[in-house]
Write a protein that binds this ligand. Sequence first.
Ligand SMILES: Nc1ncnc2c1ncn2[C@@H]1O[C@H](COP(=O)(O)OP(=O)(O)OP(=O)(O)O)[C@@H](O)[C@H]1O
Length: 236
Amino acid sequence: MTFHYRADKPILPALDLDIPAGQTVALVGATGAGKSTIAKLVARFYDPVDGTVTLDGVDLRDVNDTDLRRAVVMVTQENHLFSGTVADNIRFGRPTATDDEVADAARAIGAHAFIDALPHGYDTDVHRRGGRLSAGQRQLVAFARAFLADPTVLILDEATSSLDVPSERLVQHALRTILRERTALVIAHRLSTVEIADRVLVLEAGRIVEDGPPATLITSGGRYARLHTLWHDSLI
Ligand SMILES: Nc1ncnc2c1ncn2[C@@H]1O[C@H](COP(=O)(O)OP(=O)(O)OP(=O)(O)O)[C@@H](O)[C@H]1O
């Protein structure tokens, strides 16, 4: 498929991408390379200019809105939390979920302990005094919501803000849980996240210039290998 926002500026000049069910794909590339644009096409915020985006062989244009929102869930940096209680925020992933199911999702993600320790537990208002959550905790609540939604495809735009070490560990654990055997597209900003992906796509000016498992790309010594070295060095 091809895509542009404005006819005089091609963004994805010729994208041909097939993601098998269950595969977690990390998108990496410089700012402006087209990572978010691909994510938005998969979530059908936009339609391609030419070609199609299909889910299980069905053109997204033929999927009704409700089914599409259930099948493809996008967790971005902006939509982490809205007003309401912690439970409301998690239950938004599946409005019919019982309290036990909400708590089970939080447990699976590793968020139950901190939620339980909040002034009003699951009934704590996330925007009220005393209910203020740290950046890491907010991410965990958003992950618990996505886990409960259990979408066919998860799109994750990883937060760029750095976390303290204990929160980073919790978030990485949560990511492993939520990405396990899931079809997922992750706009990755952390080395540790790319390393848990099955496959890395390196984008440059809207084109896939490298495609393979992270370990293979490191051995082949190309762009991802250089990026990996840079990321790795910045952690030391
Ligand atoms: N709504 C829009 N209208 C016009 N151009 C846009 C729009 N959104 C993105 N672009 C342009 O499309 C190109 C790809 O942007 P995109 O956000 O997909 O890149 P990215 O790889 O996700 O970058 P980043 O890492 O900074 O988020 C950029 O040149 C950007 O300026």
